[in-house]
Design a protein around this ligand. Structure first.
Ligand code: BDP
Length: 652
């Protein structure tokens, strides 16, 4: 998190980004209620204004954060969480680039403002892309990056006077530069015969709409002033004894006691420990298994942590409960192992994307997506192309859906985006991401980037450094990035644990010629494997398809063509998965919005579901395939049986 005076930031102008962020300090535990913690969600309607002034800096010049936003001009009602782009009727707001301002006035419970033994924290789940936050006109936080949470301890502010009301102002800038993640460039168009004065556009090198706003929950939560700041859990197995290693960081006092207990799903204590770090042993442990790999997948224990401390205001306790899945992850030259058994990623790539709300978090959408994933027989997905909401990972933990957790390193193409400034930011993003997601059993691999220009000279040093740093932060998971560079030219591939390759045979070239797919795909796998002897994942493949378009013989964009193309890929995948291919992830789970272009018809149509989550023919093809693949492993028998008898599909 970057903290520096708002004024200094504003002077840099709306379209440039600062660099050299300080390394983050502190934990980022998901805010859960407990006996010692409360939370107050600030979802709902906020006041909103986009700064359409020429330099986009009027908000800073007039200090809109000093007084209620309505006093400095007209405001709109804006839902949170949501992207601001698609909720209105104003085309200019849809494509707005620069600063937008959000504001919410709230009343705090009296206790929160009076109890000096209480810490009040403001947490912003995601603000895309750069955010500055004020409370009652006082600057409390700045953050760079659109997909990860940040916090501000606002106790002093809310406890300093008789006021129980609190005005939260958040200015957000969606501009992308060569050093942001994802990167972008601002292009000023200066030909006066074609463009008005000052005209500029935001260019991006990635294929999804750059939605912006407060995309996830904004909330306040409390802890005691001496509190559990961070917990790190790693797990292992010794025969049938589950090993849970924990490390706890406490803030606020040096004199405290920590007690931990591990509870099974029945609420029975199966192991106990004390102190800031230790190992819990669980005889006959229930392992966390992926969906369809075991008759009782996704077994979760609860790690209950109790802190007691003596402070100036008397004895204090803090309680935090963390779900824990006991599982191991390992790779060999040809396999990806979960709990020592070969795991095959039969899954999808997703986007956080839907009508109207854009990238705004939405529970009904989330539940629908997980129901579709399980209907499909998918056991995994990649968070293409940025970290998803924490609630998504929590459901993955609960349902056994395995995750390749990807950073927002998408579209790293320019030489400038491999510079030290960019690398430094990427290192910090990995820290934030690992700090947030490290305890999810569902997360089995980190992906650092998607389709970077990894053939450029600086890419070798860039990925070597980034991968080493990621492994140092988390030695327990393999690391990859997703490539579409030729195997001989890729300078980052030597450092990854698993080779993830995207290819679009018979789509972006050899249009309409599905007969070449098998040869080209087999060659792709063989070349990469010969060069690296590492397990491989087909991390993207697919075809654009307009739901309801039918052509037989198949033509591009018809449902028949999407099915036909997939079938050709599957022939080769079925051969190579017996050797060293450990997964296939379709591009894409659902249609999604992109920038406007003659190559995109209302967005990208490679979904096997429409944007409204209705199946295209390919969804049924894939469903048949994924359940058949699951059938071939011996750990899922009862799951498949319940699928076959019909309604009880979701009982597994
Ligand atoms: C891949 C990208 C993905 C695109 C996809 C496509 O990784 O983000 O949406 O191509 O063109 O190269 O559909």
């Amino acid at each position: 998190m970057l903290r520096r005076p708002a004024g200094a930031w504003a002077l840099l102008g709306p379209l440039l980004w600062g660099c050299g962020l300080a390394l983050l300090q502190g934990g980022m535990l998901y805010p859960r209620e407990s006996r010692s913690r409360e939370r107050k969600e600030l979802d709902g309607l906020w006041s909103f204004r986009a700064d359409f002034s020429d330099n986009r800096r009027q908000g800073f010049e007039q200090q809109w954060y000093r007084a209620p936003l309505r006093e400095s001009g007209p405001t709109l009602d804006m839902p949170v969480p949501s992207s601001f782009n698609d909720v209105g009727q104003d085309g200019q707001l849809r494509s707005f680039v620069g600063w937008v301002w959000y504001e919410r006035e709230i009343t705090l419970p009296q206790r929160w403002t009076e109890d000096l033994g209480m810490r009040v924290v403001l947490r912003i789940g995601s603000a895309h892309y750069y955010a500055i936050v004020w409370v009652n006109g006082v600057h409390v936080a700045e953050h760079e990056g659109g997909h990860l949470p940040f916090e501000a301890d606002i106790s002093k502010l809310v406890q300093s006077g008789p006021l129980s009301s609190c005005r939260i102002t958040i200015a957000i800038n969606n501009t992308l530069s060569p050093h942001t993640l994802p990167p972008g460039t601002i292009l000023y168009k200066t030909d006066p015969s074609m463009y008005p004065k000052g005209y500029f556009v935001q260019n991006i090198k990635f294929d999804f709409f750059n939605y912006a706003g407060l995309h996830r929950t904004v909330l306040l939560y409390t802890t005691p002033t001496t509190y559990i700041d961070d917990i790190t859990v790693t797990t292992d197995m010794d025969q049938d004894i589950g090993l849970v290693n924990y490390q706890i960081v406490v803030q606020g006092s040096d004199h405290f006691q920590l007690d931990v207990g591990l509870l099974d799903e029945e609420g029975k204590v199966v192991a106990k420990g004390a102190g800031a770090q230790g190992q819990l042993q669980v005889p006959n442990a229930h392992l966390w298994w992926p969906y369809l790999m075991h008759e009782h997948p996704a077994y979760l224990y609860s790690l209950e942590v109790k802190l007691t401390a003596q402070t100036a205001v008397g004895p204090v306790s803090d309680f935090y409960t963390l779900p824990v899945g006991i599982r191991t992850v390992a790779i060999t030259e040809r396999q990806f192992l979960i709990n020592g058994k070969p795991f095959y990623f039969q899954g999808v790539n997703k986007h956080e994307d839907a009508d109207i709300r854009g990238k705004g978090f939405d529970w009904p959408l989330l539940v629908k997506d997980f129901n579709l994933l399980r209907w499909l027989g998918a056991n995994s997905f990649r968070t293409s192309h940025y970290p998803y909401a924490e609630e998504v990972l929590q459901l993955c933990d609960r349902y056994g859906i395995v995750v390749i957790d990807e950073s927002p390193g998408v579209g790293i193409m320019l030489a400038e985006s491999f510079s030290n400034v960019s690398l430094q930011h990427h290192l910090e993003v990995m820290e934030e991401m690992i700090r947030r997601d490290k305890n999810h059993p569902a997360v089995v691999m980190w992906s650092l980037a998607n389709e970077p220009a990894s053939f450029l000279k600086p890419a070798g040093y860039y990925f070597k450094t980034l991968i080493a740093h990621t492994k140092a932060l988390d030695p327990s998971r393999p690391v990859t990035f997703v490539t579409n560079t030729n195997y001989e030219a890729d300078l980052g591939a030597p450092y990854v644990d698993v080779i993830c390759v995207n290819s679009y045979y018979s789509w972006y070239h050899d249009y309409g010629h599905m007969e070449v797919i098998q040869l080209q795909l087999a060659t792709q796998f063989e070349n990469w494997y010969k060069a690296y002897q590492k397990p491989m994942i087909q991390s993207e493949y697919g075809a654009g398809t307009i739901a309801g378009f039918h052509e037989d013989p198949p033509l591009m964009f018809s449902e028949e063509y999407q099915k036909g193309l997939l079938e050709q890929y599957h022939v080769v995948l079925d051969q190579k998965r017996k050797e060293y291919v450990v997964g296939e992830l379709i591009w894409n789970f659902a249609d999604f919005m992109t920038n406007q272009s003659p190559f995109r018809m209302m967005g990208n149509r490679k979904g096997i579901f429409t944007r409204q989550r209705q199946p295209k023919s390919a969804a049924f093809l894939l469903r048949e395939r994924y359940w058949r693949l699951a059938n071939e492993t011996r750990y899922h028998q009862s799951a498949v049986k319940s699928q076959c008898v019909g309604n009880s599909l979701f009982t597994v």
